[in-house]
Design a protein around this ligand. Structure first.
Ligand code: MRU
Length: 349
């Protein structure tokens, strides 16, 4: 299976594949400060909750290296504060960003001052390695519960890009489940929703899966109900940007609509995400902040205005699927059927 340099350390800098240019061009950008990394996250050079977590960790490491190149500061927390704030504020919904900062920042005070840059880089590399391992584990766990069908491929619908590109570059979460099924020898057909307005499904998921030779068909988001009604979707598998303590899951806008439709048609609905996506501080989905993105993403297509001048626009980037609509929650520790507060709590150490 193909892997990608989504966010990697190269020659003392953070290197990221510019996902805005895919699938037409493979361009890599380099980052040497937290502020620049934060802009890369905000502007969608890197996107997808676990990938944002990895980029954030490397953004912290590169900032410490930039500061140490001038002098070892009297106070690491004070010297790092502006860069940490820029990273923290770059995107609001994917909790993996906060999770990565919470893992990195204690090292500023628990490490000998001159060792801080190296220690932060070690931790960022560990986060990336753990992401690879957790995607592969959740992929195999999730694949094991997928329905059996006779004499034809299993058709899985997915939304947005929850693939290698949305994680540390290997397997992915929802696409990890699909890859896990392929590795297990299942015949799989994927229906990828294009994912208006940013088109992660059309541009990223279709590109990623085709490179692995996985049978992939693209639809526009509003075709999902029709296909479900015709019996052409066996199961829906999506990722998540933040899972609340009760199992409600925020994911790319449109996911909730698919979940309602899936329930109407008795189609199982799986959310696949690592434990770093669970936010116990959010008691339920109403506490998850939903990012509002620029109007231009809705009014324009490929840089060309398609909407009437002067029209008002809403552009919430995520929605929340209530736990009651989720059949399975798959993570690196296994699969939980019908997630609820107790089952989510039991997953965490
Ligand atoms: O706005 P994006 O592209 O960052 O949104 C990404 C998603 O919603 C993904 O489905 C989610 O992060 C899961 S990624 C493994």
């Amino acid at each position: 299976m193909k892997s990608f340099d989504v966010a990697v350390w190269r020659d003392g800098k953070l290197r990221m594949l510019d996902q805005r240019k895919l699938p037409h061009e493979e361009v890599y950008l380099e980052y040497d400060s937290a502020a620049a990394t934060a802009r890369g996250i905000r502007d969608m050079v890197v996107r997808g909750a676990p990938a944002i977590g990895c980029a954030t960790a490397f953004g912290v490491a590169v900032e410490a290296r930039r500061i140490a190149a001038q002098d070892i500061p009297a106070s690491w927390p004070a010297a790092m504060a502006p860069g940490l704030k820029a990273l923290h504020d770059s995107r609001p919904t994917a909790v993996n960003l906060r999770w990565a900062l919470e893992r990195m920042t204690p090292l500023l005070t628990s490490t000998a001052p001159e060792r801080v840059p190296d220690r932060l880089l070690e931790e960022a590399q560990a986060i990336l390695r753990e992401d690879h391992a957790s995607c592969q584990a959740m992929g195999h766990h999730g694949a094991a519960v997928l329905p059996q069908v006779d004499g034809r491929p299993l058709t899985i619908m997915t939304h947005c890009n929850a693939g290698a590109l949305a994680t540390g570059g290997v397997f992915g979460t929802a696409l990890g489940v699909i890859r896990g099924a392929v590795v297990a020898g299942r015949r799989i057909r994927v229906i990828s929703c294009e994912t208006r307005p940013f088109l992660q499904g059309a541009r990223l998921t279709a590109w990623e899966l085709l490179q692995d030779g996985i049978d992939t068909t693209l639809i526009t988001d509003n075709m999902a109900g029709h296909l479900m009604g015709k019996g052409l979707i066996d199961v829906v598998v999506v990722g998540a940007d933040r899972v609340a303590a009760n199992g409600d899951a925020a994911n790319k806008i449109g996911t909730y609509t698919h979940a309602v439709l899936a329930r109407r048609h008795n189609i199982p609905f799986m959310v696949a995400a690592p434990l770093s996506t669970i936010d116990l501080q959010a008691p339920d989905g109403s506490h998850i902040p939903i990012e509002e993105r620029p109007a231009m993403e809705v009014t324009h297509l490929g840089g060309q205005r398609v909407a009437a001048d002067g029209v008002a626009v809403l552009n919430p980037a995520f929605d929340v699927t209530p736990a009651e609509l989720i059949t399975w929650f798959a993570c690196e520790r296994g699969v939980v059927r019908e997630p609820n507060r107790d089952k989510i709590a039991a997953l965490l150490p």
